[in-house]
Design a protein around this ligand. Structure first.
Ligand code: TYM
Length: 329
């Protein structure tokens, strides 16, 4: 079986963008592939976090993975920080990555614009830790949203560079992007991507938002004055709502436009809200059930960290040997 690796940062509430761009697709891949789904808590440290909140959110992300339908028996679901090999391989790969390459990362440029008071070295080498995540497990495919494509390219470059120097060591991974939903936009500024770290809560739908909240956020979603439901870049707000709707219902955009063309924006927004509410209802119910079962979740955290460590350490040992680090005995 081919190997899949993907992850999410516990840096905020998981959004509908994370769900449609990544999580929902992961659930469809779990039968066909050997999958690892990580909660990348070390990556979240690149932005200042409140310790108690980080701990709480990391656990919530894990429970939301499971609530969304990822089977913790079939997939390896774990925290990045529980497998020290991620940080160790990241250090090694740092020495095989050029400043010039990292300087070109658009996400670094955006994030350092946003957090001018904390442009730390971790933020700069963030893509190298991501490369380590993926390469440790010899992943073939990495299902992510479009915003991660540049990070995937650098991962491939690092893997190819290392393989050329030391012989075949890493599988060179490929990105796997959804056809619809690969880039869900902010509800408040539809030319910006929906982000879990947005200060404006109205800009995103969180997976645990109540039906009332979802309706309210949709009603406030920024649109335009064209008063016409069509799928065009000139109407980014409406386009985004169509993307959301079609990504959930798996209906084609043409069909949806056809069906909604006679509606006013208000009515259309309610249709989209309904689709979101129905999609999230089972996930939310399972989440609140899981929350009651502390021992069950604790067990998953422990056994899955062990499974991940076993695979990760195998690759790390191989790398250490190839580059000439001395063995313990
Ligand atoms: P993160 O935590 O920002 O996002 C998690 C996943 O959600 C996708 N995504 C979106 N998809 C569609 N529309 C959006 N508005 C949207 N926002 C986010 C992201 O593309 C991602 O798939 N660097 C990664 C985490 C990571 C990782 C990895 C991913 C660390 N190591 C190894 C894959 C493999 C990140 O910050 O994702």
């Amino acid at each position: 079986k081919k190997v899949i690796f993907s992850g999410m940062q516990p840096s905020g509430n998981i959004t509908l963008g994370n769900y449609l761009g990544a999580l929902k697709n992961w659930t469809k891949l779990q039968d066909e592939y050997n999958c690892l789904f990580c909660i990348v808590d070390l990556h979240a440290l690149t932005v200042r976090q409140n310790p108690a909140e980080l701990r709480k959110r990391a656990r919530e992300v894990l429970m939301q993975y499971i609530a969304a339908g990822l089977d913790p028996e079939k997939n390896i679901i774990y925290y990045q920080s529980h497998v020290p090999a991620h940080a160790e391989l990241a250090w090694i790969l740092n020495c095989f990555t050029y400043m010039g390459e990292l300087n070109r990362m658009t996400q670094f440029k955006e994030k350092s614009q946003k957090h001018k008071d904390n442009i730390n070295a971790g933020l700069f080498t963030y893509p190298v830790l991501m490369a380590a995540d993926i390469l440790l497990y010899q992943a073939d495919l990495v299902p992510v949203g479009n915003d991660q494509s540049q990070h995937l390219e650098i991962t491939r470059d690092i893997a190819i560079r290392f393989n050329n120097l030391y012989g075949d060591t890493f599988t060179v991974p490929e990105g796997y992007f959804p056809k619809v939903g690969a880039r869900i936009m902010s509800l408040q500024e539809p030319t910006k991507k929906m982000s879990k770290s947005d200060e404006n809560e109205n800009a995103y739908i969180a997976l645990l938002d109540s039906p009332d909240t979802i309706v309210r956020k949709l009603k406030r979603a920024v649109t335009d004055s064209e008063a016409k439901i069509q799928y065009t870049d000139k109407q980014p707000g409406i386009k985004n709502l169509l993307d959301i709707y079609c990504s959930i219902t798996e209906e084609s955009v043409e069909e949806a436009v056809d069906r909604f063309s006679s509606l006013g924006y208000g009515e259309f927004k309610l249709k989209v809200a309904e689709a979101i509410i129905e999609e999230l209802r089972p996930l939310q119910n399972r989440f609140y059930e899981l929350e009651k079962d502390k021992a069950y979740i604790d067990g998953i955290i422990k056994t899955n960290a062990e499974k991940a460590s076993y695979i990760a350490n195998r690759t790390l040992r191989k790398v250490q040997k190839k580059i000439g680090l001395p063995p313990i005995v």
